[in-house]
Design a protein. Structure first.
Length: 261
């Protein structure tokens, strides 16, 4: 997915940063000298991780608009490159492979994780966080609106783009098994619910416009996408109600593993 709006994504920067901090807390700081952040977005969290661990970081992303925002975070030891995390690979030179809220966009997680693990030096660590909310109203309503008579034909013969979380994200125990099979001698995998309180239920629409709805904006004409969002908002608010404030529980999977030294 490359059709990202960095400013829309940053509207809930504090809430999106919470699982990132929890992910960093799983990482053992000793021995982290060279690291890669896959799906780095606008780069501020990459810079934060580099400062925390005192490590050299390279951020990888396939969105030109996101990478354009990373310039303000480049410094000695922190740089950014265009790349596709689905196919990214490296010789085993990294002490840490980090991916925060990015893996869900690509399929075949077992194979991708194998490539990422192959980029780790002995004793290297893998730290990944993915949303796990495909069964929530935010995602189910998007699928329903895309399949409705009003919009189905707008997607052409290919049809509406599938929900990547529903199609790609595994169960926590499947990730734990994958880490074991990849040779991680220590691991921590957990499902966590983040209790976000938004000003209103209408803000949920603004949240997903910066994430899951980007798959529709990538293929729909701007005026059609605007109508899609309006239809989505009306149906979503019918489901979740109109509340001020609104409690927005968000499910995520956090995983960490360490290879033998």
């Amino acid at each position: 997915m490359s059709n990202w709006d960095p400013e829309q994504y940053r509207r809930f920067a504090a809430e999106r940063a919470q699982p990132f901090h929890d992910l960093l807390a799983l990482i053992r700081s000793d021995g982290v000298r060279r690291a890669v952040d896959l799906g780095c977005g606008p780069g501020e969290l990459t810079a934060l991780a580099a400062e925390r661990f005192g490590a050299t970081f390279v951020g990888i992303d396939n969105s030109a608009s996101m990478l354009a925002k990373t310039a303000e975070h480049e410094c000695d030891g922190v740089r950014f490159e265009h790349g596709d995390i689905a196919t990214w690979t490296s010789t085993p030179v990294f002490d840490l492979v980090l991916a925060n809220a990015a893996l869900q966009w690509v399929p075949d997680h077992r194979r991708v994780l194998a490539r990422w693990a192959a980029a780790l030096a002995p004793g290297g660590q893998l730290a990944v966080q993915v949303p796990a909310n495909a069964g929530q109203a935010t995602h189910l309503v998007a699928v329903a609106v895309a399949a409705s008579d009003e919009f189905r034909d707008a997607f052409g013969e290919a049809g509406p783009p599938a929900d990547p979380v529903a199609g790609n994200v595994l169960e926590p125990e499947q990730y734990a098994t994958a880490l074991y099979e990849l040779g991680f001698v220590e691991q921590h995998v957990r499902l966590q619910v983040y209790p976000h309180v938004l000003p209103s239920s209408r803000d949920v629409v603004e949240w997903v416009k910066g994430t899951t709805l980007t798959r529709f904006s990538s293929v729909l004409a701007p005026d059609v996408f605007d109508r899609f969002v309006a239809a989505y908002e009306a149906r979503l608010l019918d489901v979740i109600g109109r509340h001020e404030p609104y409690f927005f529980p968000f499910r995520r999977i956090l995983m960490w593993g360490r290879l033998a030294s």
